[in-house]
Design a protein around this ligand. Structure first.
Ligand SMILES: *[C@@H]1O[C@H](CO)[C@@H](O)[C@H](O)[C@H]1NC(C)=O
Ligand SMILES: *[C@@H]1O[C@H](CO)[C@@H](O)[C@H](O)[C@H]1NC(C)=O
Ligand SMILES: *[C@@H]1O[C@H](CO)[C@@H](O)[C@H](O)[C@H]1NC(C)=O
Ligand SMILES: *[C@@H]1O[C@H](CO)[C@@H](O)[C@H](O)[C@H]1NC(C)=O
Ligand SMILES: *[C@@H]1O[C@H](CO)[C@@H](O)[C@H](O)[C@H]1NC(C)=O
Ligand SMILES: *[C@@H]1O[C@H](CO)[C@@H](O)[C@H](O)[C@H]1NC(C)=O
Ligand SMILES: *[C@@H]1O[C@H](CO)[C@@H](O)[C@H](O)[C@H]1NC(C)=O
Ligand SMILES: *[C@@H]1O[C@H](CO)[C@@H](O)[C@H](O)[C@H]1NC(C)=O
Length: 490
């Protein structure tokens, strides 16, 4: 250790210990003890920010007015521990300077005012794996390829070879430079969410098409109404695509080129009924499809999902208009014979829609579903819906009881608001016609007997006011149940 270095070290150590009220002499005695672990992890930064050694995290959220100084970086660099994550969110930082060499892997710079980035800002952060620049003021002009320039080697700049995840969401970007990712060839996750692109122009398409390792792409809330057909030609391994909150009126045709896509989220788009031309193209790898909060779908027609023959999870919840589910929405006539092929569905969510009946033929292996969510729909409890009432709901009750609650009848009028589960055991057909008199009579007798007994008890215990109140409440609920029962058999 040279003299200058030693001096700087002592100065930083003192600075770090000062706020803790440790005096000069205490520092000196620390020095003589020469316990490396004890002195090497006291960094000046840890007095400003929270240093969480256990989680290898420096948390400077809402704690800084500017970037770390050179001395602060040096004191960090000299510690035996390398903090893998640094959070600098909510600090009003406006620019990113060239950062010194440090082994940080996850750098969170969201919720600042960052509008400019020095060229090669990250080139000495050779371990950098995840970079979050979301919720800043980045523009298309700021984001030039050399911003992500890697370390300089003898001939040329090397790529930032560890950077796998880049979040550019919630900025002011309208288009991407066509070479923006030239230094990031191994990027696996990219978010462009909530930047108002409106259209994917040719330059942006080129930039995205060049990301041959891309696995996850978030293009939600970008005001997009179309996608270029060929945008997914480049990212062959694209696994997850999020297109929520855009302006698509149809299922984008470009999807037919994302051959390896496994997960697709299309929530909150004005996509119309899934029928005719507007059905899903062949996406044989797709396992997870989510289309919730669709305002304009009332019909899922024949063949809507027929080409998704590997689908295991289908989420169609919160589609307030959705009223018609065609029996051939999932099936495909593959062999030309008597049997249809169905995807190996495991989870089906149809909650919070406007469905009245569930056609039995919609699926074959209902018994293979581990989740069937039918809650909060205006179910029709006529005989036409018998399969759902007599078979599906009891099955849901035995596997996932929570999902059997709030599956209620809307029709016929006399069963309105009644849990479907409650009419399973009774012969619902005759119940609706009011002829199962013995069964109903017994229930009425019980329901009438209880309040009479309780009322008797209340009279008996008159004077004990806390008890009186309780019994009154109990009486009220029981009386309302009796009146429900009257509705029930009219
Ligand atoms: C950090 O350690 C190096 C040698 O390992 C030394 O040259 C340098 O002066 C030290 N810096 C500080 C700030 O302690
Ligand atoms: C420094 O690290 C040692 C173990 O590595 C730990 O016992 C000690 O509490 C740390 N000191 C500070 C100030 O973080
Ligand atoms: C950032 O700026 C806002 C508004 O000027 C202020 O309220 C906030 O305290 C600043 N944050 C920091 C960490 O200085
Ligand atoms: C980054 O590393 C290079 C080469 O080691 C060095 O010349 C340069 O000063 C470093 N940049 C910063 C900001 O530390
Ligand atoms: C469908 O899923 C199975 C099992 O997960 C998998 O082995 C098969 O390769 C998938 N088919 C396609 C076309 O991806
Ligand atoms: C739900 O469907 C019924 C017909 O079954 C229709 O009258 C009603 O308008 C629909 N509600 C919505 C919100 O689309
Ligand atoms: C499948 O298609 C063939 C020929 O188009 C037809 O004869 C057969 O009935 C169809 N199978 C089913 C189950 O609809
Ligand atoms: C629903 O399940 C519960 C146990 O989880 C059982 O006690 C009850 O009888 C079931 N209801 C019907 C109608 O099958």
């Amino acid at each position: 250790m040279n003299i200058a270095g030693a001096t700087i070290f002592i100065v930083t150590t003192i600075c770090a210990l000062m706020p803790l009220g440790i005096t000069d002499s205490a520092v000196k005695s620390e020095e003589t003890k020469t316990e490396p672990s004890a002195k090497q992890n006291t960094s000046a930064i840890c007095t400003k920010c929270v240093c969480d050694v256990e989680n290898s995290l420096i948390d400077c959220t809402n704690k800084l007015t500017d970037w770390f100084t050179d001395e602060e970086w040096k004191s960090l660099q000299n510690q035996t521990i390398v903090f893998e994550s640094i959070k600098m969110e909510h600090n009003n930082l406006t620019t990113i300077p060239a950062l010194p060499a440090y082994g940080v892997k996850n750098l969170y710079l969201g919720y600042n005012q960052i509008a400019s980035i020095t060229l090669g800002a990250f080139q000495n952060l050779t371990e950098l794996t995840k970079l979050d620049l979301s919720n800043n003021k980045l523009t298309s002009k700021t984001l030039v390829p050399d911003v992500f320039k890697g370390p300089y080697s003898q001939q040329d700049f090397e790529p930032l070879k560890n950077l796998k995840s880049l979040n550019l969401g919630y900025n002011l970007i309208h288009s991407l430079n066509d070479d923006l990712f030239e230094h990031l060839p191994y990027l696996e996750e990219l978010s462009l969410s909530s930047n108002t692109f409106q259209v994917i122009d040719r330059l942006t398409e080129t930039a995205v098409a060049g990301l041959s390792s891309l696995k996850v792409l978030d293009m939600s809330f970008m005001e997009l109404s179309t996608l270029p057909d060929t945008i997914f030609h480049g990212p062959r391994d694209l696994d997850t695509l999020i297109l929520s909150g855009n302006l698509f009126k149809q299922v984008p045709k470009a999807l037919s080129f994302s051959k390896n896509l496994k997960r697709l989220v299309l929530d909150e788009n004005p996509i119309g009924n899934l029928e005719g031309e507007n059905v899903f193209p062949a996406m044989t790898s797709l396992k997870y499809l989510r289309m919730a909060y669709m305002q304009d779908i009332y019909k899922i027609g024949p063949g809507a999902f027929s080409e998704l023959q590997n689908l295991t999870e289908l989420i169609l919840s919160d589609n307030k208009m959705l009223t018609e589910l065609d029996l051939h929405a999932l099936s495909k006539n593959v062999t030309g014979g008597d049997f249809l092929d169905y995807p190996p569905l495991d989870k089906l969510y149809l909650n919070n829609c406007n469905l009245t009946t569930l056609p039995r033929e919609f699926l074959v292996r209902w018994d293979k579903l581990s989740v069937l969510d039918l809650r909060f729909n205006p179910w029709d409890c006529h005989t036409s819906n018998e399969y759902m009432i007599k078979y599906l709901i009891p099955r849901v009750n035995s596997t996932t009881p929570l999902l059997a609650k709030n599956v209620k009848c809307e029709y016929p009028e006399e069963l309105k608001g009644v849990e479907v589960l409650k009419i399973v055991n009774g012969d619902f057909e005759s119940a609706t016609q009011g002829s199962s008199l013995v069964w109903i009579g017994i229930i009425i007798a019980i329901l009438l007997a209880i309040p009479i007994i309780l009322a008797g008890m209340a009279v008996y215990k008159r004077g004990h006011c806390r008890l009186c109140k309780k019994n009154e409440a109990a009486n009220r609920t029981l009386y309302s149940r009796t009146s429900f029962n009257e509705d029930f058999h009219i």
